[in-house]
Design a protein around this ligand. Structure first.
Ligand code: ADP
Ligand code: ADP
Length: 226
């Protein structure tokens, strides 16, 4: 079954300046366990599309299903990794991760142990007692990923998670996240304007045309390349 199904979605923003067509008849799907990237220039509607799939905005037209269920609002089945890490500065790394579990009502002994295991897997165990300001940007992004993976979302949305990092850190983090998400067979949807990043990370790349965004082309990435 499909993890994500987007059916003929169009979206128009209306405000005091008028109406703006952001997305036009988007049709796409993501299979369970698949890693798909959405690539397109700034302003083509990538963030709008992710927000619609996540149930944060209702599309002007069309519909979205997550694991066969119509999306009518936000759901805990979706986890996020964003450009900013949104860590609490006055809490330790361990506390930041436990807050993620608490917000989801999942702060069981088992989940706490799983979270610490993920922290170890991401090479962050030694920093569990540190504060976000003591960590580099790449490390903080790893913490943000642990925080969301610990809640075991069924699908992960990554919205330009590498764009604030320097080139070396970006490559290292891409590799680590690639390995981690493959290992956990996590269904993932990455939004990026960087085609090289999309090819390196994905099973399939969906290219969006500039504003208004629509699916221009879909490219399967052979595993020998990925
Ligand atoms: P990006 O996702 O490309 O980093 P944003 O989503 O913040 O950037 O904004 C993209 C463009 O959308 C901006 O140039 C801005 O003009 C427009 N925009 C964002 N939010 C609003 C809003 N609330 N009202 C009108 N225009 C907006
Ligand atoms: P991307 O993430 O690909 O940069 P966005 O989804 O942020 O694109 O924006 C798509 C288009 O919709 C842009 O032209 C932007 O200016 C416009 N837009 C985004 N958010 C708003 C908003 N809240 N109100 C009005 N226009 C918006």
């Amino acid at each position: 079954t499909s993890a994500v199904e987007v059916n003929q979605v169009s979206h128009i923003y209306v405000n005091e300046h008028g109406a703006k067509l952001a997305l036009e008849q988007i049709q796409l799907s993501v299979k369970t366990g698949e890693f798909v990237s959405l690539v397109g220039p700034s302003g083509c509607g990538k963030t709008t599309l992710l927000s619609i799939i996540a149930g944060l905005i209702a599309p002007s037209e069309g519909s979205v299903r997550l694991f066969g269920q119509p999306v009518t609002g936000p759901t805990p089945r979706v986890g996020y990794m964003l450009q900013q890490d949104y860590l609490f500065p006055w809490r330790s790394i361990r506390e930041n991760i436990m807050i993620g579990l608490e917000l989801m009502g999942q702060k069981t002994a088992e989940k706490r142990e799983y979270a610490l295991h993920l922290l170890d897997e991401m090479g962050l165990s030694a920093h569990a007692g540190s504060y976000p300001r003591e960590l580099s940007g790449g490390m903080r992004q790893r913490v943000a990923l642990v925080r969301t993976l610990a809640t075991e979302p069924d699908v992960l949305f990554l919205d330009e998670p590498f764009s604030a990092l320097d080139f070396q850190t970006k490559l290292q983090l891409e590799n680590l996240i690639y390995e981690t998400l493959r290992k956990h067979r996590k269904t993932s949807l990455l939004v990026t304007h960087d085609i090289a990043e999309a090819i390196a990370m994905s099973d399939r790349v969906i290219i969006l045309a500039p504003n208004p965004g629509t699916v221009y082309k879909e490219v399967d990435i052979p595993s020998s390349l990925a």
